[in-house]
Ligand binder design. Structure first.
Ligand code: RIB
Ligand code: CA
Length: 320
């Protein structure tokens, strides 16, 4: 309609995961964003679960039309590490959703990434990886011509002050496929990183969860997923709530002013005996290495959760 800014085109690369689900719902709820499709990767749980979870989330959101492409089922050159201890056996524990009726879109996720970037105007598609980076790295290696066509990569992964969650020195998404993360960081595409440093400040509160539960079936699903997801972080950190990691990427696209960070050099450790998958973030600019990423440190958590409440509420009302 007249005066409406053009919606930002994105592809979400995902390993659902309860927090992935909230990120996908936030994107689908927001008119400022046009989700071209989901490319699915193995991560939190194996690919047969993540591709089924992605379709269940789309149907919950009333979007059985959205292209969901299954992608890589293992890292580039390592054995898959999963996180059932955090996300449960299915990866979406906390809510039982109906078996998805929508089929997977034909074609491998890597081909979907390549074809979409070649078809859309250069610089008009943002990639939002919120799982291990295997699909993105494979697409970049197979079709280097698509890298300069990427508008921005906004990824959830890594850590500096928070250091690590799956090992003492590495965050899960990066640790699962360090070689893939290295390819993405070295690609030259504009890169924004949402590390644990900021996502651990996006902690759910009981009040926010109960507000979700008071909504329709979408809000209720988010509340139940959060209840399940929270228990791990509460036991581990003694925190009151759980970090909503992946939705930080979408909130950045919607309201970047909620976030603060620095444009610095970030390298990925792929050899370290104890540090495999570490994001070596030169926060204090001592390395002399060329900056390659906007590395986010803080978020206005109240505004972040208010945005989620507003948009999930809109989606619930729209697809009630
Ligand atoms: O370390 C947090 C990340 O790992 C999130 O993307 C979560 O979904 C898992 O993939
Ligand atoms: Ca994820």
């Amino acid at each position: 309609s007249e005066g409406q800014p053009i919606a930002r085109k994105i592809i979400i690369d995902t390993d659902p995961g309860q927090d992935d689900a909230v990120a996908i719902l936030l994107a689908l709820a927001s008119p400022e964003i046009e989700v071209l499709g989901l490319s699915v990767v193995a991560g939190n749980v194996p690919l047969h679960h993540t591709q089924r979870n992605a379709r269940m989330i789309c149907e919950l959101a009333g979007r059985p039309d959205l292209p969901v492409h299954a992608g890589c089922d293992a890292p580039l050159q390592r054995k898959l590490i999963t996180a059932e201890h955090v996300h449960g056996k299915t990866g979406l524990d906390g809510v039982t959703l109906p078996e998805p009726a929508m089929p997977l879109a034909p074609g491998h996720a890597v081909d979907f990434l390549i074809e979409t970037l070649r078809r859309e105007k250069p610089g008009s598609v943002t990639l939002v990886p919120i799982g291990p980076l295997t699909n993105i790295a494979t697409a970049f290696r197979r079709a280097p011509d698509i890298v300069p066509r990427v508008q921005e990569i906004v990824l959830m992964g890594g850590a500096y002050f928070e250091v690590g969650n799956i090992t003492p020195t590495a965050e899960f998404n990066i640790h699962v496929d360090p070689e893939a993360a290295k390819i993405v960081c070295a690609s030259g595409a504009p890169l924004t990183v949402m590390p644990l440093d900021v996502t651990h400040r996006a902690l759910t509160s009981r009040a926010w969860v109960e507000g979700m539960r008071a909504m329709g079936r979408i809000g209720q699903a988010v509340a139940s997923w959060t209840d399940f997801f929270e228990r791990y972080d509460r036991e581990k950190y003694g925190s009151q709530g759980a970090p909503l990691h992946d939705p930080c990427t979408i909130a950045w696209l919607l309201k970047p002013e909620l976030f603060t960070g620095r444009y610095i050099n970030v390298e990925i450790e792929t050899q370290g005996e104890y540090t495999l998958g570490m994001t070596v973030a030169d926060w204090w600019r001592v390395s002399g290495r060329t900056p390659n990423a906007t590395f986010i440190r803080d978020v206005d958590a109240d505004a972040f959760f208010a945005l989620l409440t507003e948009r999930i509420g809109d989606l619930d009302r729209r697809s009630g």
